[in-house]
Design a protein. Structure first.
Length: 402
């Protein structure tokens, strides 16, 4: 068990992100039509990056030249060591392909391994760039809708197998965003068996794999190394998404060569100086901070669940087994999707992601980012409670029950 002093490592501290060009603040007006809200949508944290990361960046910044840079042997070694220690994955330097981000890598994978009109499987509700990447490349979107029952999600394997018969590629999200599911080993093995039977290549986005709570994350690259393109980054775990430093791990030589060729066609070249240093620091010095962060995030998740229950707000979160994103079932509020979004934005003054932005299966849901200070999260819940009481009273008046 990790012990931590929340204040000393800058976890439970409210940080003002105004004037820092933060997307969740600067894009609030274009997304919500107002800036008078708490922005709890974009999947980065309102928590300072690990002290070791900050120090590594400051140290590199002291050198006054920020020119083209290579991916150092320390970069590769830190990834190798992290993958082995955290997930039991034995990785050699030659299997690692540096990248700018997981989303660009999804697109490179589609371009490298499919042709126009080929089928690509996704599992909805799902992080929107998955679907967008399939559609913008004019591939056939094969939607394997996850099954929702008793506040939890499962895979419709019968439908998946049917879709796999006309697919070339499977874009997999593990752990899953937005539902927070950590897939069981048995589920993964069943997916792999189908993909092997139908010769479907797996692209596994595992960017949230470090932030898993009670369960264990099983990497697709460990279970199906010759059929998997593993995509990962320290960006979610250590809050360094703005440094655009990720990587692909591909064991199969033929697949690795084809992917690498496509990425180079896309103009990918030298790395981000500060991103490289941040990755090395994260993976070599940041583990204890990460475990402290996970304890803190779990406290925030428990706080939201307890608040909703205690104050009898008819919103239920799915079991958040991973990530700092809570998937809220708001269907009991009795609002359609447009009304639901307006309720959160204009009544509760909270900026969350609308469920339908994750696909039709997200209807009635909202996604809440809890990676912020407890002060902000408490304010958010109080706003929600106040808005719900007004909604309840207005419905009572309409029904003549006040």
């Amino acid at each position: 068990m990790y012990n931590y002093n929340k204040k000393s490592i800058m976890i439970d501290v409210t940080i003002n992100r105004q004037n820092s060009n933060a997307v969740k603040i600067e894009s609030a007006m274009s997304k919500f039509g107002t800036t008078h809200l708490l922005p709890l949508w974009v999947a980065d944290m309102d928590i300072a990056s690990a002290p070791c990361v900050q120090e590594a960046i400051r140290k590199r910044a002291l050198h006054p030249i920020y020119g083209y840079t290579i991916y150092s042997k320390e970069y590769y070694q830190s990834i190798e060591d992290w993958m082995l220690k955290r997930f039991g994955l034995v990785v050699d330097k030659k299997f690692i392909i540096p990248a700018y981000g997981v989303v660009p890598s999804l697109n490179f994978s589609i371009e490298a391994f499919t042709q126009m009109g080929d089928g690509v499987i996704v599992q909805t509700p799902l992080y929107p760039p998955f679907v967008a990447s399939v559609q913008k490349h004019r591939r056939k979107l094969l939607e394997n809708r996850l099954l929702y029952k008793n506040d939890s999600y499962s895979i419709d394997f019968e439908d998946f197998e049917a879709k796999a018969k006309e697919a070339k590629l499977f874009l997999f999200c593990s752990p899953h965003n937005p539902t927070g599911r950590v897939w069981d080993k048995e589920e993964l093995e069943r997916l792999i068996a189908i993909c092997e039977k139908e010769e479907v290549l797996i692209v596994s986005d595992e960017i949230h794999s470090d932030i898993v709570y009670q369960k264990s994350h099983h990497s697709m690259a460990l279970l199906a190394p010759q059929r998997t393109i593993l995509l990962n980054a320290p960006s979610k775990s250590f809050n360094i998404a703005g440094l655009n430093t990720s990587y692909a791990i591909i064991f199969n030589q033929k697949i690795r060569k084809a992917y690498n060729n496509q990425q180079r066609k896309g103009g990918f070249g030298d790395g981000n100086i500060f991103g490289i240093e941040a990755l090395i620091a994260s993976y070599t010095q940041g583990e204890s901070w990460l475990e402290a962060l996970k304890l803190y995030l779990k406290e925030n998740i428990d706080f939201v669940n307890t608040f909703l229950s205690t104050h009898h707000i008819p919103i239920v979160s799915t079991d958040t087994q991973a990530t700092y994103l809570m998937w809220l079932d708001c269907s009991a509020l009795g609002l359609d999707d447009k009304e639901l979004e307006k309720f959160f934005v204009y009544k509760a003054q909270l900026g969350l992601n609308s469920g339908v932005s994750f696909g039709r299966t997200g209807s009635g849901f909202m996604r809440l980012n809890i990676a912020t200070s407890k002060e902000v999260l408490k304010e958010a819940m109080q706003r929600l409670h106040k808005a719900y009481k007004k909604l309840k009273n207005s419905k009572g008046e309409q029904n003549g029950t006040t």
